[in-house]
Design a protein around this ligand. Structure first.
Ligand code: NDP
Length: 685
């Protein structure tokens, strides 16, 4: 077996940082912090950033990192993310082994390690499906600003020119780092990862694997093991900070003038007092009751409750409180074995450190002082070298006790409180002051429909759990890359994940105004009114390598006859009155009388622009944004202009997508219909 970097650090050297393209260690032992195995108390790492050149690291990101990452297209960055995911997958056993020292069971490590790798895969796929093969992301529709079409407005997103400083919590050393890295990387912004000291050795090994994979563009990823003295004084406009950790630290950090007046973006995700609400319909004989109890115990014990999304408040109907307490006690007794996660049969490990154990027990003490009775588990420390505590359910007779909505015991601890009406349930959820997630467990659409719109404003995410999705649900505690992760108020007010929106946090939105010609030059997407090239060769004869945006085919006019309309109607069965009945059609406010079917016109258009012989165009894969604008009557004529608008070669295939601007125009030069035709085209002939 190879010696891991963390083992090496424990015996000899200080845990290194990875800055300015090199692994770096302090030259002195001053300010070294010892980090211990959560179960055994053995030293596993020695951490210090004494003397680190943070100014140099930031500048390296802004220059070298930016120069290597920003010129890559979104698709090229996305492909690297996928390769990074594969490189980590190949060596994930090493990460699992190290992760056990943090107190994580295999299941906990799966959430952290495979969950983190999953975020890379998800952003890789989203980047290729939802972003262009370009460095500029268009946002929203074109805004015509002049009647003659010579002046347009459009929003674009481009990479921020700075560094993305990512400050992570101790509980998810891998997932936390990767869920911040992936959106920044896709945006083209270099990351500086700062893991929490107690579990930073796991993040260090993850970065080491990425470095050794040789995949990282120079300067795109750096790592600081240890603290960040004075770093905020070094930040500049264009830099970003994403923070996960305690609400207390977040509050302190966000007051720094870099964020207040320096224009540096600060987003955060902090601890929140999340809730799970049991519906009045969910009596003990229902699948919803069982699902509620099962989920509550999972959330209390997974990662020993050290999850920002964990359920802290179980809000149940008064009549069901005793049943819930009993069922939770039974399930914990049956399923939960606390111990060293490396031991067979253990289902809940220790907290991450003795400091965390003391902190959690102290917070539980405050909850007990405020009126909470420990009805499941014990609040007594377990005599051990490890940071073990038992899962605890506290029963509050007064659901309005402030402390239970405000104090977070960041461990396997939840409070049980009751409600008697929807209004009370709404009020109790809101008392958390803003949460990452609330679950509503009920099969009653009336209850769910009445509750959810009233609690949504206090939550970043809401999980609706009932008998029909309990097998497929991803669960209360699992943030998903494609859905909002973050929450209002106490949860930090951020939106770390949620699809491409997380990428945009690292980009600047800019309104660009100008002519179609210049707009085309800036965006790489052809805008109507820009010069077009209708040369002799039909664009369908051109491969992706030869085709240019603006390449165009213009047809001659084709007359549409009454016979065409009738044949199409009878052939397809679409004998809608607007096409068949002159009088009824004329009475309609939209038509002068009988008109041609829109789909007949779109079909005629294909006949007008197509180049039929086999060639580089492989398939017509879709049609988007279709608008019928002017009706066509029998005797009118139509022609088509088809222009290559956006060319998107696929990084991993021999073909790519071409988006064509299609316009149908009548004999009076009025636009009859407008749409995008999507085709797949071979890269070479
Ligand atoms: P902190 O908020 O103290 O630390 C979080 C991160 O911020 C760590 O990486 C820490 O580094 C860093 N940090 C702390 N102070 C500064 C500073 N002045 N400048 C720059 N970085 C700083 O949280 P803890 O990890 O100590 O946990 C304390 C409590 O926070 C927990 O008990 C729990 O209640 C809550 N928490 C919430 C989490 C969530 O996901 N929402 C996750 C983890 C904790 P370092 O470790 O080197 O000090």
């Amino acid at each position: 077996m190879t010696t891991t970097s963390a083992e090496t650090a424990a015996t000899t050297a200080i845990l290194p940082s990875y800055i300015k393209g090199e692994w770096w260690r302090p030259e002195t032992d001053a300010a070294v912090q010892e980090v211990r195995d959560a179960s055994t108390g053995d030293v596993v790492a020695r951490v210090s950033s004494e003397g680190i050149d943070l100014a140099g690291a930031l500048e390296y990101a802004r220059t070298v990192g930016h120069d290597s990452l920003a010129p890559l297209t979104f698709h090229q960055r996305a492909i690297i993310l996928k390769k990074m995911a594969l490189a980590l997958t190949e060596r994930k056993d090493e990460l699992y082994e190290i992760s056990a020292r943090t107190g994580a069971t295999k299941a906990d490590s799966w959430v952290d390690i495979d969950g983190g790798i999953g975020v890379l895969f998800a952003y890789s796929s989203k980047g290729r499906r939802e972003m262009p093969q370009s460095t500029v992301l268009l946002d929203g529709p074109l805004e015509p600003l002049s009647k003659d079409g010579s002046f347009l407005g459009r929003h674009i997103f481009t990479s921020l020119p700075g560094a993305a400083l990512q400050i992570n919590a101790f509980n998810f050393a891998v997932w936390g780092s990767l869920e911040k890295l992936a959106p920044a990387f896709l945006a083209g912004v270099p990351s500086i990862i700062k893991p929490a000291t107690p579990t930073g050795y796991l993040a260090e090994h993850m970065v080491r694997i990425l470095d050794e994979s040789g995949l990282l563009p120079e300067g795109s990823v750096q790592l600081v093991s240890g603290s960040l003295p004075g770093v905020f004084d070094l930040l500049k406009l264009g830099d970003t900070v994403a923070f996960t950790g305690s609400a207390y630290t977040a509050d302190k950090l966000r007051r720094h003038e870099a964020f207040q007046s320096g224009g540096v973006r600060f987003t955060c995700e902090t601890d929140s007092i999340n809730a799970s609400v049991l519906g009045p319909d969910a009596t003990p004989d229902t699948p919803e009751f069982t699902a509620f109890v099962k989920q509550l115990v999972t959330e209390m014990t997974s990662k020993a409750g050290q999850k920002c999304t964990a359920i802290r408040r179980a809000i149940v109907p008064s009549a069901l409180a005793a049943d819930v307490a009993r069922a939770v006690a039974d399930r914990i007794a049956e399923r939960i074995v606390v111990g060293d996660p490396r031991d067979e049969g253990v289902t809940m490990g220790p907290l991450a450190s003795m400091e965390q154990r003391d902190e959690v027990l102290s917070q539980v003490g405050k909850l007990v002082d405020a009126g909470g009775r420990v009805v499941v588990g014990t609040d007594q420390p377990q005599p051990s070298q490890g940071a073990f505590v038992s899962p605890m359910l506290l029963r509050f007779d007064d659901a309005l006790t402030d402390a239970l909505h405000e104090i977070e015991a960041f461990g396997p601890v939840a409070s049980l409180l009751t409600y008697d009406s929807v209004d009370e349930a709404v009020d109790l959820v809101a008392r958390g002051g803003g949460s990452l997630v609330t679950s509503v467990v009920s099969h009653d659409p009336e209850f769910v429909g009445a509750l959810v719109p009233r609690i949504a404003g206090m939550n970043g995410r809401i999980l609706l759990l009932d008998r029909d999705n309990l097998k497929t649900s991803t669960g209360h505690g699992s943030p998903l890359p494609m859905l909002m992760h973050g929450g209002p108020g106490r949860a930090g007010g951020g939106e770390e994940l949620g699809g491409i929106i997380a990428v945009k946090h690292h980009m600047q939105r800019t309104a660009v105004q100008g002519t179609p010609e210049l707009m085309t030059a800036v965006t790489g997407v052809w805008h109507s009114g820009a010069s077009a090239n209708a040369d002799a060769e039909h664009p369908f004869r051109k491969s992706l390598a030869e085709l240019r945006i603006g390449d165009q085919v213009r047809s001659g006019l084709r007359e549409v006859s009454l016979d065409d309309i009738e044949r199409f109607a009878h052939f397809t069965g679409d004998t809608f009155y607007a096409h068949m009945d002159e009088e009824a059609a004329a009475a309609n406010p939209f038509f002068p009388g009988r008109v041609a079917h829109g789909y007949l016109l779109v079909s005629f258009a294909a006949g007008l622009f197509v180049e039929p012989a086999p060639g580089p165009v492989l398939a017509n894969t879709g049609l988007e944004n279709l608008k019928f604008m002017t009706p066509v009557s029998a005797g009118d004529s139509i022609r088509v202009e088809l222009t290559a608008k956006e060319i998107t070669p696929r990084e991993t295939d021999d073909y790519g997508q071409v988006r064509w601007d299609a316009r149908l125009i009548n004999q009076n030069d009025e636009i009859v219909a407008q749409y995008d035709v999507l085709t797949m085209v071979a890269k070479t002939r």
